[in-house]
Design a protein around this ligand. Structure first.
Ligand SMILES: Nc1ncnc2c1ncn2[C@@H]1O[C@H](COP(=O)(O)OP(=O)(O)OP(=O)(O)O)[C@@H](O)[C@H]1O
Length: 245
């Protein structure tokens, strides 16, 4: 792998649920030591793309190529709605995931401390708030230090302080060499944190680049303006893919 080769590369990816096409000809490089953020309207295919990048579903066209190192765990994934098996504490849950990848027992506690959830270690997972459950999901995704971490809306449902903290954790992971790809509707945090932004609209990539470079190229004062200028159609109603054909 040369310095320029992305860790993961989606090339001309299509994805369809039956005869409903969701992703069309999506090509995105996911680089090591960088945060790549997917932004775009509701229902535009961000979760579908993240699941495809994480290898949870096969593209119906195109390819996903992993060029990273062989690892016990190559990809860590936070689903949009993380769920854990009831009856176990937060720490037990993470220790279970650590045992699956041959990790040290104390790795679970280290990841909990990093995400700011150490005080909830002994709490049963079913007694967590939605935001705390998402934080456990982020800790779970980082267990075993996978070279690629895919986070579907990691800051959703979190208070402003924790949202910032989660983006800071993504930034720290990138600083230690990890390729982080995430989706978010928080354009301010994305603008501040992401090295690369991919704007998805109607299942296709409409803009891609460094946030500052995108702002320069489109003569926009902020990523929010880039977003508004690159999304086609009404920003105030959800277009349901496949329902209008
Ligand atoms: N299992 C499924 N079967 C059919 N269509 C689906 C299925 N799952 C998702 N879709 C459709 O695929 C499209 C993209 O959904 P996806 O969840 O990827 O969007 P998103 O950009 O992540 O949205 P949001 O920002 O609201 O989370 C939507 O139109 C959705 O209705």
């Amino acid at each position: 792998m040369t310095a320029e080769t992305p860790l993961l590369e989606a090339s001309n990816v299509d994805f369809a649920y039956g005869d409903v096409t969701i992703l069309r000809d999506v090509s995105v490089p996911i680089r090591s030591a960088a945060v790549t953020a997917l932004i775009g309207p509701n229902g535009t295919g961000k979760t579908t793309l993240l699941r495809t990048l994480a290898g949870l579903q096969e593209p119906t066209g195109g390819t996903i190529a992993y060029h990273g190192p062989a690892a016990v765990r190559e990809i860590g994934y936070l689903p949009q709605r993380p769920e854990f098996r009831p009856g176990f504490t937060v720490l037990e849950t993470l220790e279970f995931y650590a045992s699956l990848v041959g990790g040290e027992r104390d790795e679970a506690m280290t990841q909990l401390e990093r995400i700011g959830l150490a005080d909830a270690a002994d709490r049963p997972v079913e007694a967590l708030s939605g935001g705390m459950t998402r934080l456990v999901g982020i800790a779970q995704a980082t267990i075993g230090d996978p070279p690629l971490i895919v986070l579907d809306e990691p800051a959703s449902g979190l208070d402003p302080g924790m949202s910032k903290h989660v983006f800071a954790v993504a930034d720290e992971l990138a600083a230690t060499g990890t390729a982080v790809v995430l989706s978010s509707h928080d354009l301010e945090l994305v603008e501040r944190t992401a090295d690369e932004v991919v704007v998805l609209d109607g299942g296709t990539v409409v803009e891609h680049g460094n946030p500052a470079a995108l702002c320069d190229r489109l003569e926009a004062g902020s990523l929010e303006t880039v977003y508004e200028e690159s999304i086609v159609g009404d920003l105030h109603s959800v277009r349901v893919q496949g329902e209008t054909a």
